[in-house]
Design a protein around this ligand. Structure first.
Ligand SMILES: C=C(O[C@@H]1C=C(C(=O)O)C=C[C@H]1O)C(=O)O
Length: 257
């Protein structure tokens, strides 16, 4: 997705192609996470202390990662959303003059703390190797966690581009719904059940393709690297609904001057 070309970025077909490509990133990162135990201690705020920092080990690691990635302008990109925006450091690279594709408030649409809570409390238990602790793997496990969280965040917040594309396609329809503060109406207008169904069916095939080592014998292939039903549930229960939440949150403010 070339964010320097607004006309391609706001083409709904291009946006959907980008979402399809993000499935691979999300799935591969979940497969990596599935190698490790749940290790819930990583997410426990009371188990980890760094002077001057309040939060879990994962919160600390995300904060430190985002600080260094902000220095190479990661969060100037319109499709990148930080988990701790107030902690970012200034870039050492010159600014990129991205065209104004989204409405001026787009950076304020940030549901990453909700994504992090769902990820640590609901998604990790579904994909982790087992429910135990691996204190020796706090580092490796949290590296996978951050990759998963950044991939999920980017996919879900891409809902801003979807919403802007839909608004520009049917401006008058959305203007009326927004003026009426008709949230159910907006939710119905942005929903495309056929696309959602295609996504879930494609994910099942991708788990079979990416989640099984082709060199294994048929009998060994049954135990893939990640549970297919879990991946479908993650998208159906959280990824798609949260993407639509981002679309609705973005659209509700779209008539702001
Ligand atoms: C992303 C879109 O908006 C909605 C959200 C979808 C998703 O998160 O996968 C798919 C279809 C729509 O219900 C879209 O229309 O493509």
């Amino acid at each position: 997705m070339d964010f320097m070309k607004p006309e391609t970025v706001l083409d709904l077909a291009n946006i959907r192609d980008a979402l399809v490509r993000m499935e691979d990133t999300v799935l591969f990162n979940l497969i990596e996470r599935a190698q490790f135990y749940r290790t819930a201690d990583i997410y426990n705020e009371s188990l980890f202390t760094v002077p001057g920092f309040h939060g879990s080990f994962l919160d600390w690691f995300i904060t430190e990662q985002e600080k260094i990635q902000a220095k190479i302008r990661r969060y100037e990109a319109p499709d990148e959303v930080p988990f701790f925006p107030d902690e970012l450091l200034k870039p050492i690279l010159p600014p990129v003059n991205y065209p104004n594709i989204l409405a001026p408030y787009y950076k304020e649409i940030n549901i990453n703390l909700e994504i992090k809570q769902i990820y640590t409390e609901k998604i990790v238990p579904l994909v982790a190797a087992c429910d135990g602790q691996q204190p020796e793997n706090w580092g490796s496990t949290s590296v996978c966690d951050i990759e998963c969280l950044q991939a999920l965040s980017r996919r879900i917040h891409f809902g801003k581009f979807v919403a802007e594309a839909k608004y520009q396609q049917e401006t008058e329809r959305y203007r009326k719904l927004i003026l009426d503060k008709d949230i159910p109406g907006i939710e119905a207008a942005i929903t495309n059940s056929a696309v959602e169904e295609l996504i879930l069916e494609r994910l099942k095939k991708k788990v079979d393709l990416y989640g099984v080592d082709p060199s294994l014998k048929w009998s060994q292939k049954q135990q893939g690297k990640i549970n297919k039903d879990a991946v479908v549930q993650i998208y159906k229960t959280w990824v798609i609904p949260l993407t639509k939440k981002v679309e609705v949150d973005y659209l509700l403010r779209r008539l702001e001057e």
